[in-house]
Design a protein around this ligand. Sequence first.
Ligand code: IMP
Ligand code: MG
Length: 425
Amino acid sequence: MAVKVVVGAQWGDEGKGKIIDILASQADLVIRSQGGNNAGHTIEVNGDVYKLHLIPSGILYPNKQCVIGYGVVIDPKVLISEIDGLKSRNITCDNLKIDPRAHVIMPWHIVLDELSEKARGSSDIGTTKKGIGPCYMDKAERTGIRIYDLINPDILTKKIKLHGEKKNKIIQKVYEEEPINLDEVIENYINYGKILKKYVADTFLTIHESIKHDKSVLFEGAQGTLLDIDVGTYPFVTSSHPTSSGACVGSGVGPTLIDEVVGVVKAYTTRVGKGPFPTELCNELGQEIRKNGNEFGTTTGRARRVGWFDAVIVKHAVRVNGLTSLAINKLDVLSGIEKLKICVAYKLADGTITQEFPPVLEDLEGCTPIYEEFEGFDEDISRCKSFYRLPESCKQYLSRISALCGCDIDIVGVGPGRDQSLYCK
Ligand code: IMP
Ligand code: MG
């Protein structure tokens, strides 16, 4: 039995939910270890669509243990409504465990996310405004409120008063906005704690017991490698590590325990929010791909920016994550496009050509992508049942991606359904 990590190898929204859903069928334990409800995973099961933000997708199968590890930041109101939403569709969350060390998103995190974005003006990051960054800031500053505090009303009350008052000063004095009513926060959060208490457990032990007993363990990544706070397009990134190392840090599993790392990509590239995007298509073709691929955010509904497949960033992701295979989604969306392009290198502002991902934004911003061109395909491949029956031009496109990125492709997605995945081995 294996320990597998699934990560996004672009800027998020690669369709990780779908791949995790497939792999979860063989897993005993499914773990979220970073990010928060900035994530949105859409999964289609027999025509029913589920949108999950915090709970691991494994919850859609009965009898899978699901864990929210301590690297995740949790908005308790969102988590409770997600639990209730699943219950109303007859999906039980009895086998969900939440780590007491996970940090809690407080109302001031959401308010401050919004206010600091506004203050950045035209250089805003384009965050999801869910309070993710401000919550991780408090975690790093060591003033965060954790799930353990949430389920202990006395500690919670004290901490809300202490930290809430300081946050209100910032809201009033720096941003000149109305303070948050802390009594209301105390009442609501004590109540959230009561509801969530039964799910709280030392998930470190759950995970290590499973590994010890040779169970199959799956890490469900959120966001994507290029949104990593260190190796991504800083400062246009999220505040966590959506990489395989982030899975280790956010759950308490050492790197030697991991057997496989699957990187999920789309057959093209998308990104939401601001920041450089070398292969972006700001034309009719971009709009067509957006429409055909339904590229609108699960979490914010924002139109996603669309562009050609960028092998430079995916090669970067292959190394950063130590990917053992790629899963490539939404190949069907490219049907009907006469010529397909893959970015194989960048020409930097000073004329240098590089196949490496530039370490700083200043270099990346001025670069022009260099493309290889491929024959497109016209066939509707969404009902294709075997990799070998894909049109020849599709196979050539995929095989070039694999060679450029230096990683085998194991799964090809040709539609949103559980049965619309082709296996290359
Ligand atoms: P934050 O995570 O809300 O702070 O947003 C920071 C950046 O990450 C913004 O560009 C967001 O659009 C992006 N982002 C955060 N979560 C996701 C995700 O799940 N998919 C795609 N982009 C995301
Ligand atoms: Mg998403």
